[in-house]
Design a binder for this molecule. Structure first.
Ligand SMILES: CC/C=C\CC(=O)SCCNC(=O)CCNC(=O)[C@H](O)C(C)(C)COP(=O)(O)OP(=O)(O)OC[C@H]1O[C@@H](n2cnc3c(N)ncnc32)[C@H](O)[C@@H]1OP(=O)(O)O
Length: 674
């Protein structure tokens, strides 16, 4: 399980041999112990290299061995023996060094890693703490804050990050064992005391309390998120109807109408949940493509999960009459109000009595759709997020006439599909997209004032979003928002010369997004957006000088002077305007609790989970601070109403900024007055 061989005259090479990932089973630990002993006692051996066979260093303890009676030598004395060795020991790290595997490497005097290696202490994901020295050695090597982050998240890091942190001494692109052997030869006979990590003092930090407090805040945010996820299931409507007074109807057979990207994803998600699906698409070509796509996605999913695919549950049709006897229909046709209204008229005429009619609209007025039907109480929104079979979030939207039973049914179906469903009211953009609007608006204003897409995205990504606002917009397609703005009469042709008006409908408007679209730059799908992607459909964003020139020309045309903008301002303006909109939504009763908003943002919009969600984050930053900064920005931008602090924010601050779980006492009073 561990083999000692001799290389380059004086190097003892210990190879862990426990396929596939060289875990530290009892036999492997025994093998390492015996090989080390032999190498250290052999006068020919002047240095030792430890590596793993088949390109993997070591994936840690053998999880299968965990239990009350672990046999074989204990790992702790084993790693102690390595550290006190009087010959240099070098770890040659390839593939993975995880858990006990990384602890084994930490106990060596030097660490050489291949550039593709992943390293980490993932014990927390198994409900454990690193028990073989990791908690003591890592802080002494890379400092307390970085160690805390790695140990409490269990995150795997790349070799490049490990080098930057000082966790490894050298990263190689070539043969790792060769590099480690050469390195070992070069340090033979050198003093080892400074290389024994346990002998180093634990770093002293003047602000240690603050570091631990930051980690505790993350833990509090994760705990909050855990309970928030469960709280959203206990939904309520302004009428007083709620989860415990409303009975869901069974849905055995559902129809999906319109098999574009969203319709296909919804069909997959329904089939995977064991619901029999009638999938309808009037265009023959699109129907055939959808059938193949859904089949392939279900096959892939089945292979990954090891269950048989659910294709037998789906029937396809190009005739809308096929929905006549289903229990529920999810409409997913183009986002066009008059088209959707027509579809709802047809559905109301065709479907059997009592069929629930749902729309996957992301922003259109649900009441308009309901008014086209004989039974508006049976109409609700089911707003899925792309890709619909992957994304966890579902906004269940109730209109002014939706019955509690309809909401309960959509919520229960969402649960059956493995979604985290949140019941929300019918306002423009519902909760998620409505809050996104001021966030995107601020990012455009920041560009006008001197920022670049890179600067804004960097600030947001360092905050924890997987993508900044511009990379995210390029991914979702810039043309989508452009179409909506044109329909709203906001986007006007800008052209290359002439006057640009920045005040539209009495408020500031930035046409920058429209200008990009006028140039055919729709984001990743066209290969060009706020960044360049090399080709249509490309995924890797690169800075684009064309965008910098555009911004300079645009500012010159408008007589705007670029000024330095820092990350703090980016975060305050983008995040606090989004938070302010969330508070308006609460104030107006379109969301019943801050938890609803936070869950929507964490599971639908990439808000970092360790920051709880926008409402939780606001209460962590301090509501008074959020209010003060919004007041400040609104004073200098009075034509930007989204920066004007909402009434609820002022009331919460006036009530002593209660913690987020106490806001309901105040929002209820306001909502009752509505
Ligand atoms: C005093 C205690 C000291 C230390 C505590 C610990 O070390 S706890 C263990 C910490 N380590 C881990 O959590 C690593 C878990 N493994 C992984 O993350 C991945 O397996 C890895 C190493 C990144 C490789 O991924 P890959 O996708 O390439 O392979 P796969 O996951 O399919 O694994 C291959 C087979 O190896 C088995 N396996 C992996 N790790 C362990 C382990 N630590 N213990 C036991 N078995 C492990 C895995 O189950 C696969 O087995 P198979 O029979 O082929 O399904």
């Amino acid at each position: 399980m561990a083999q000692l061989s001799y290389v380059s005259g004086s190097v003892g090479l210990i190879t862990l041999q426990n396929p596939p990932v060289n875990v530290l089973s009892a036999a492997t630990r025994q093998g390492i112990m015996e090989s080390m002993k032999k190498a250290l006692n052999d006068p020919k051996v002047k240095s030792v290299v430890i590596c793993g066979q088949n390109g993997v260093f070591c994936a840690g303890a053998d999880i299968k061995e965990f239990g009350p009676n672990i046999s074989g030598p204990s790992i702790v004395p084993l790693i102690y023996d390595i550290e006190v060795a009087n010959k240099p020991v070098v770890a040659a790290i390839e593939g993975s060094a995880l858990g006990g595997g990384l602890e084994l490497a930490l106990t060596c005097h030097y660490r050489i890693a291949h550039s593709k290696t992943r390293l980490g202490l993932p014990e927390v994901t198994l409900g454990l703490l690193p028990g073989a020295g990791g908690t003591q050695l890592l802080p002494r090597l890379i400092g307390i804050p970085a160690s805390l982050e790695l140990i409490t998240t269990g995150r795997h890091i790349t070799a490049a990050e490990a080098l930057q942190l000082g966790l490894v001494d050298h990263v190689t692109q070539s043969d790792t064992v060769d590099s480690a052997v050469k390195f070992a030869l070069s340090v033979e006979g050198e003093p080892l005391d400074s290389r024994r990590i346990s002998k180093r003092p634990c770093p002293h930090l003047p602000d240690l309390d603050a570091v631990f407090e930051a980690v505790m805040q993350k833990a509090r945010a994760l705990q909050y998120s855990f309970f928030a996820q469960r709280a959203v299931g206990r939904w309520s409507m302004p009428s007083g109807a709620s989860w415990n007074t409303s009975k869901a109807r069974p849905v055995h057979r559902a129809a999906v109408l319109g098999l574009g990207t969203m319709g296909r994803g919804i069909t997959v998600a329904l089939a995977q949940a064991g619901v029999s699906v009638v999938a309808v698409e009037i265009q023959e070509k699109q129907l055939n493509e959808a059938r193949e796509h859904v089949y392939a996605t279900l096959e892939r999913g089945a292979q990954q999960s090891g269950v048989s695919p659910s294709c037998a549950n789906i029937t396809y049709s190009h005739d809308i009459q096929a929905v006549a006897d289903v229990d529920l229909v999810i409409e997913a046709v183009l986002e066009d109000l008059s088209l959707k209204e027509k579809v709802f008229q047809q559905l109301s005429a065709i479907c059997k009595p009592g069929t629930l009619l749902c729309s996957n609209t992301s922003s259109l007025d649900l009441n308009c759709l309901a008014s086209q039907t004989k039974n508006p109480e049976l109409v609700v929104g089911m707003h899925f997020f792309a890709p619909a079979h992957v994304m966890k979030l579902l906004e269940v939207v109730y209109g002014s006439k939706s019955s509690p039973e309809a909401v309960a049914t959509a919520m229960q179906l969402g649960k059956k599909m493995g979604k985290i469903s949140v019941a929300v009211g019918n306002c423009r953009g519902f909760v998620g997209n409505r809050m996104l609007k001021p966030y995107i608006e601020q990012s455009y204003f920041l560009l006008e004032e001197g920022a670049t897409p890179e600067l804004v995205d960097k600030a947001l990504e360092e905050f924890g979003f997987p993508m900044g606002v511009f990379r995210m917009s390029d991914l979702s397609g810039l043309d989508v928002g452009w179409r909506v703005r044109k329909e709203d009469g906001l986007a006007e042709p800008v052209g290359t010369s002439g006057q640009i008006t920045r005040l539209r409908g009495g408020r500031r408007y930035s046409p920058l997004g429209d200008i990009l679209c006028e140039h055919g730059r729709f984001g990743q799908k066209t290969g060009l957006g706020w960044y360049q992607y090399g080709r249509p459909g490309g995924r890797v964003a690169k800075s684009d000088p064309w965008v910098f020139n555009l911004l300079e020309e645009y500012r010159a045309r408008l007589g705007l002077t670029a000024r330095p903008i820092d990350q703090q301002e980016v975060l305050e303006r983008c995040l606090y305007s989004l938070i302010n909109e969330g508070l308006c939504i609460l104030e107006e009763g379109f969301a019943s609790s801050p938890e609803d908003i936070d869950v929507i943002y964490v599971f639908g919009y990439g808000w970092p989970k360790h920051r709880g969600g926008p409402m939780f984050y606001a209460s962590m930053v301090g509501l008074a601070t959020v209010l003060e900064r919004l007041d400040h920005y609104y004073r200098s931008n009075p034509d930007v109403p989204s920066l004007k602090p909402c009434k609820l924010l002022r009331q919460l601050v006036a009530s002593g900024s209660p913690p987020v779980h106490k806001w309901k006492e105040i929002t209820k009073k306001i909502q009752n007055r509505l």
